[in-house]
Design a protein around this ligand. Structure first.
Ligand code: B12
Length: 244
């Protein structure tokens, strides 16, 4: 299949980018040239705006000839059941017979706490309450700019069953470097069977990179607390029991 703009299959797409040139006719020509090189032909500048001194932001609309092969698409599908808060509490209480301990933080220099707060705080997101609302979960939210050694120490002190890390800033692949540092630190500090489940989340992660980053699960854009709570039950209780 092809993308769709005005009529089905017309191949029309829209892209936006910034060039380090002041806004003038030549800058718009440069934007069209880039779009042509990206395979858009014809390409039209539909929006151009000066962004401070010597930079211009563009929106370009145009046709591409590439086809999308749906059969070749590979994504990480949810492989666990979605449970209600009540069901999560019941399973934890009956099978774990103690509260499930969760430690969360934004690590490195990242101060974007809205995402991790949406998952952990009672107020939650998208009409769902966060993990603090779950009676059988004990949540420690460490907030922003937490160092990896501090996180490991708190996870140890809280006997964390799961560590939830948020990374929003991706400049110079900071999210990847920080995640690798974090997973390596837990591997070094704790033996395999004693290590908490390591979960990272943020809007720009590739969910298929778990092995590469040394974590158990990656959650992306639009994650809800219910998905995370259901995954915790699946990975720490249901699946673990089945494997025992
Ligand atoms: C609010 C905001 C800020 C606030 C943050 C306040 C706070 N307490 O969080 C302030 C003003 C402090 C800020 C500062 C900066 N910001 Co800012 N910020 C944003 C903004 C507008 C919204 C982010 C947000 O709150 N989203 C809402 C939440 C709910 O969504 P979310 O984070 O994706 O979380 C969801 C999922 O991803 C997932 N999730 C996230 N984490 C986790 C963790 C786990 C364990 C799980 C399971 C799930 C999960 O679940 C969440 C709920 O669905 C974005 C732009 C945008 N529209 O996204 C820029 C943005 C993230 N910021 C950006 C930048 C560059 C900065 C600064 C560097 C700017 C500067 N030059 O100073 C600083 C950096 C500060 C720092 N040290 O980190 C860039 C990042 C670009 C990049 N490639 O990295 C963005 C994308 C803006 C942009 N387009 O340039 N920012």
């Amino acid at each position: 299949m092809r993308p769709y703009g005005d009529t089905t299959g017309d191949g029309m797409v829209q892209v936006s980018f910034t060039l380090p040139v002041p806004h003038d006719k030549r800058a718009e020509g440069a934007a069209v040239q880039l779009a042509n090189k990206m395979g858009m032909d014809p390409a039209m500048v539909v929006h151009a705006k000066a962004m401070g001194d010597g930079f211009t932001f563009f929106v370009v609309y145009g046709r591409v000839n590439h086809l999308v092969d749906l059969d070749a698409v590979r994504v990480v599908e949810r492989d666990f059941a979605l449970l209600s808060a009540k069901e999560v509490n019941t399973v934890v209480k009956q099978r774990l017979r103690r509260k499930l301990s969760v430690v969360g933080a934004c690590i490195g220099t990242d101060a974007h706490t809205v995402g991790i707060d949406a998952i952990l705080n009672v107020k939650g997101i998208a009409g769902e309450k966060g993990l603090e609302y779950y009676r059988e979960l004990k949540v420690t939210n460490m907030g922003a700019q937490v160092s990896v050694p501090e996180l490991v120490e708190t996870a140890r002190a809280e006997k964390a069953d799961a560590v939830l890390v948020s990374q929003v800033v991706t400049q110079r692949d900071a999210h990847l470097h920080n995640t690798r540092e974090m997973s390596a630190a837990f591997r070094e500090a704790m033996p395999a069977g004693r290590r908490p489940l390591l979960i990272v989340g943020g809007p720009r992660f590739d969910e298929s990179m778990t092995d590469e980053l040394g974590v158990d699960r990656i959650f992306g854009r639009g994650t809800t607390p219910g998905e995370v709570a259901s995954y915790l039950v699946h990975a720490l209780i249901t699946q673990r029991k089945a494997m025992a």
